[in-house]
Design a protein around this ligand. Structure first.
Ligand SMILES: CC(C)(COP(=O)(O)OP(=O)(O)OC[C@H]1O[C@@H](n2cnc3c(N)ncnc32)[C@H](O)[C@@H]1OP(=O)(O)O)[C@@H](O)C(=O)NCCC(=O)NCCS
Length: 175
């Protein structure tokens, strides 16, 4: 891609399914059925976003809205966003795309779905993703032993919503 080509973040559409599945398979060992992707899209259409460049899908973030125990307040049930999967094609990485996808998804989780917190699981070995999430204000909540099918542990990371306005400005600033 030529320098300066614009990226566009928008909601997932059904015609994006094949591209998203391809990116998911290329970038992550956790793969899902078409039904799973479409079910999340239908349940929470504004929490499943894609990044497009020159008419091609180059990344996505897929979140689900859940009801469950708060990661912050003991014994309190809350509505929270769950980042189920995020990936950016290797040739489009380190340009702030995952940051933009996450910021927009978190804005939508708060504004459209009234989520006051967001959480995710990440492999303990995935230092790039952990760095990304820390930069986005996530904190480690606990370790989930043998969470992944190959036996690797996950870190459960959480943050409160909404994003503060200074955070949004800082994170959306072009690097
Ligand atoms: C993790 C991933 C989504 C990041 O996408 P990206 O578009 O490159 O991320 P960004 O450009 O927004 O990076 C934001 C920050 O994350 C951290 N980061 C991202 N990739 C990094 C890397 N390879 N090495 C070190 N830090 C990295 C940095 O802090 C970076 O900020 P900086 O560039 O100012 O230092 C991408 O590497 C990916 O698709 N990986 C494979 C799939 C995956 O691991 N998904 C997460 C599963 S939980």
């Amino acid at each position: 891609m030529s320098a300066g080509q614009a990226y566009h973040i928008r909601s997932f559409r059904e015609e994006d399914l094949e591209s998203v599945i391809e990116i998911n398979r290329k970038c992550l060992p956790e793969n899902y059925t078409s039904y799973f992707f479409l079910e999340i899209h239908h349940s929470n259409p504004e929490a499943f976003l894609v990044a497009e460049a020159g008419g091609k899908i180059v990344g996505y973030v897929m979140c689900r809205v859940e009801h469950g125990l708060s990661g912050f307040l003991k014994f309190k049930l809350t509505r929270k966003g769950h980042v189920v999967s995020i990936a950016v094609l290797p040739e489009h990485r380190l340009r702030g795309l995952a940051t933009l996808l996450m910021v927009k998804a978190m804005e939508n989780l708060y504004e459209k779905y009234a989520c006051h917190e967001v959480y995710l699981e990440v492999r303990v070995s995935n230092s790039s993703a952990i760095k990304l999430y820390r930069k986005l204000g996530f904190k480690e909540n606990k370790t989930l032993p043998h969470y992944y099918i190959d036996g690797e542990d996950a870190l459960l990371m959480v943050r409160k919503l909404p994003l503060e306005s200074w955070e949004t400005v800082q994170l959306k600033k072009p690097s």
